[in-house]
Design a protein around this ligand. Structure first.
Ligand code: 5GP
Length: 254
């Protein structure tokens, strides 16, 4: 089958030209990387699950008026998205100390933070995504003061909503990474949530046992990585009808 023109290949996703101007097709791979791609692997079925989980979260966000790039899911591994101008920032929201924050500041993993904390990282693989301050962002023109206001407000809304969504299925949203893009409509510009929201980009812990249900299982060689992603999908009620078997089935383009 003739493929659409590939525009970009990242570590976990590929972007193809979309069927209409202003759209793209986002393809979710099973490839996994960690520590700035020093660790590489494959998590079988991850792409299918992340496609579904991200679809589900972006749709729910759309329903409460949080704008996202998501249009609709096309098939098992692909979704149609709006083409946006990606802002070169990784916006991390933290509710509980973990990962880099624990390492950098010596705060024990699992410590509840006094309030949600937003951090910004400059999206640049060669530099290893360094943490930056709002001052750097506005001084270097990566985003304006107004953009940052919008980004911060959206990030907090996503955090509040997703914290509740996950808590409802017995999962603590420890932290997560968001990306944002500028969506142009004639002369009007809106900041929208882009990329994906999935166990690749979130830390998700079981509320009762603190079991990790996210990419840290891969990063830290904890095993049962696929099972953790499946568990998140299962709890959200979005595992494909036929269950796990369906995940490796043929892909059809629509
Ligand atoms: P940390 O800064 O502790 O490594 O990560 C904080 C949160 O942001 C975690 O939920 C992690 O999954 C997410 N995160 C940070 N950087 C990246 C990245 O480059 N890719 C993805 N997928 N998630 C990231």
């Amino acid at each position: 089958m003739a493929r659409r023109r590939q525009l970009y290949e990242g570590k976990a996703k590929i972007l193809f030209e979309g069927p209409e101007p202003g759209t793209l097709v986002q393809y979710f791979k099973d490839d996994a990387t960690a520590f700035n791609a020093q660790k590489k692997g494959v998590i079988t079925g991850k792409g299918v699950l992340n496609n579904r989980i991200s679809e589900y979260i972006m749709m729910r966000l759309g329903e409460i008026g949080v704008p996202t790039h998501f249009v609709r899911r096309l098939n098992m591994r692909e979704q149609l998205i709006r083409e946006v101008e990606i802002i070169p920032l990784e916006v991390v929201v933290r509710n509980v100390a973990a990962g880099q924050m624990s390492t950098r500041l010596g705060i024990a993993e699992g410590t509840q933070l006094p309030r949600s904390i937003i951090e910004y990282y400059y999206k640049n693989d060669q530099l290893g995504d360094p943490m930056v301050a709002e001052e750097h962002i506005t001084a270097f023109g990566w985003a304006s003061v107004q953009d940052l206001d919008d980004i911060m407000a959206l990030a907090l809304r996503v955090n509040d909503f997703c914290s509740g969504l996950f808590l409802g299925v017995g999962i603590r949203l420890v932290d997560f990474k968001l990306e944002f893009g500028r969506l142009w409509d004639n002369e009007e510009m809106r900041i929208v949530v882009a990329d994906e929201i999935s166990p690749d980009s979130c830390r998700l812990w079981d509320v009762k046992t603190n079991e990790k249900l996210d990419k840290d299982r891969f990063r830290r060689d904890l095993g049962k990585v696929e099972e953790a992603y499946q568990e998140v999908a299962r709890r959200l009620g979005i595992l494909p009808e036929a269950g796990v078997r369906d995940l490796k089935g043929p892909e059809t383009m629509q």
